[in-house]
Design a protein around this ligand. Structure first.
Ligand code: NDP
Length: 443
């Protein structure tokens, strides 16, 4: 395999798409040895095929705001790879959404979904529309206009979108309503639905819960426990909320949350009522500074939480939110475990530092796979026309996270016993998708 040739040919076809190239490079560097042991992969040009999305839909989304003015956004759906199941992956509504961001997310999603052990291919989509500061009616108008264009390209057996940044139960509800009206079917084409319309218990909490199950296993495998540990968490959205809940339940202390403008440090720990308040903040547009004031915590404007001395760091906001400098600070302060709840939360420089220093580092495609896994369980419940109890879904989620951990250990353990979770996750995910592609011929 010649990694640089593959990367430069990809760069020529997708100029300037740095996040996409970053995600591809990370995977290629870690699977090189395994790939070279399989000449049949090279012959079938598996790598050249796996790095390109199957197809991309780009569309205009015109809608009318509360003042009666016409707004125009761009919408996308990237169907990346369906070798092991229907396309599956979230929709992101945020002003920073570009084809590069969605391609990196779709690429990552392909391997993450393979790790879950469920039959799901990879996809991602979204829009540069930002729901922040919009009224409910405006969000509804946008979601309906978005679905008016997207609905022909998705389906419960072809492509099943879910939520991501800026897309929660409210947005999913509006899109699902419009899809049903257009398609005249009720087969659960979106996941992350509210319970009243066919959602699954635990889905809102699943990414955070799954992340903490994974972290607990990482620590236990290294002879540590999670109880009593301090955690720096970033973000204060859906994922951070679920993570804070489970971390507290496991006896750890969450001392930070953050947003794009700054972070909150709460030495007493973010627990109980404060976690529920995070939900209210999102829906009512309450700022982190107001959170700090209400609970007697400290707010640091324009700063990231990675300078705080903690045992565990959990990036839970967005890509590349923890860089080399942040990693150096965390290591200096004695961090023992870093797990990405956000997708590609750490830069390559940060990851290199964690691995060099033998810090337990859990990559997003393993650590945050609990969200899509539970979406897969929602699809199963919809297909069977039944609803599992909270305990049933949680038990399945725990089992899936444990299976992912086992796969990482199997493929990532080095001669000195250090587990390179990034390598383990990439190799396990890649092998599954590559073998599935090989079996199905050149399509
Ligand atoms: P939400 O929209 O609920 O919350 C996003 C959080 O990230 C907010 O606190 C937001 O703060 C912060 N944020 C967004 N953009 C930036 C930025 N550019 N810089 C700093 N902070 C930022 O999203 P989720 O909680 O659902 O998603 C968080 C991460 O988890 C994303 O990376 C997503 O891809 C990943 N993920 C989500 C899953 C899910 O099930 N939802 C599944 C797997 C991964 P502010 O409002 O101040 O911008």
């Amino acid at each position: 395999m010649n990694i640089e040739n593959i990367i430069s040919s990809l760069e020529a076809k997708h100029p300037g798409e740095k996040e996409y190239i970053q995600a591809v490079r990370e995977v290629l560097l870690t699977i090189e040895d395994v790939y070279n042991q399989h000449p049949e992969f090279e012959k079938a040009k598996i790598l050249e095929r796996i790095v390109e999305p199957d197809r991309i839909f780009t569309f205009k989304v015109p809608w009318v705001d509360d003042k009666g003015e016409i707004q125009i956004n761009l919408g996308y759906r990237i169907q990346f790879n369906n070798a092991i199941g229907p396309y599956k992956g979230g929709l992101r509504f945020h002003s920073t959404v570009t084809p590069s961001i969605l391609k990196f997310l779709g690429f990552e999603q392909t391997f993450k979904n393979a790790l879950t052990t469920l039959p799901m291919g990879g996809a991602k989509g979204g829009s540069d529309f930002d729901p922040h500061g919009k009224s409910d009616t405006e969000v509804m108008h946008f979601c309906q206009a978005f679905m008016l264009e997207l609905w022909r390209n998705i389906g419960s057996k072809t492509d099943v979108p879910a939520g991501d940044i800026g897309v929660g139960g409210r947005e999913i509800g509006y899109m699902y309503g419009m899809y049903k009206k257009l398609a005249r079917e009720n087969a659960g084409v979106l996941t992350g639905k509210d319970m009243e319309i066919g959602g699954s218990l635990i889905r809102p909490e699943a990414t955070g819960f799954g992340g903490l199950y994974f972290v607990k296993q990482m620590l236990e495998t290294a002879g540590e426990t999670i109880k009593g540990k301090t955690i720096a968490l970033s973000g204060f959205g859906n994922v951070a909320w679920g993570a804070a809940l489970k971390a507290n339940e496991m006896g750890a202390k969450v001392v930070t949350i953050s947003g794009s403008k700054g972070y909150v440090y709460d030495e007493n720990g973010i627990s109980g009522e404060k976690i529920e308040y995070m939900l209210e903040m999102r829906s009512k547009g309450i700022s982190l500074a107001e959170f700090a004031e209400k609970y007697g915590a400290k707010y640091f404007h324009g700063e990231k939480p990675w300078g705080v001395k903690v045992d565990i760091a959990l990036p839970g906001a967005t890509q590349n939110e923890l860089d080399g400098e942040d990693a150096a600070k965390l290591i200096k302060n004695g961090v023992i475990c870093v797990a990405e709840l956000s997708n590609m939360g750490c830069t390559p420089e940060a990851i290199d530092l964690f691995i060099e220093n033998k810090i337990l580092y859990g990559p997003g495609k393993a650590a945050n796979a609990g969200g899509v896994a539970t979406s897969g369980l929602e699809m199963t419940q919809n297909a069977m026309h039944l609803s599992w109890t909270e305990a049933e879904v949680d038990a399945k989620l725990k089992q899936i996270m444990s299976d992912i951990h086992c796969q990482c250990v199997k493929y990532g353990t080095g001669p000195d016993g250090y587990i390179n979770y990034m390598k383990g996750a990439n190799v396990a995910g890649f092998l599954k998708v590559a073998k599935a592609m090989l079996i199905q011929g050149v399509i």
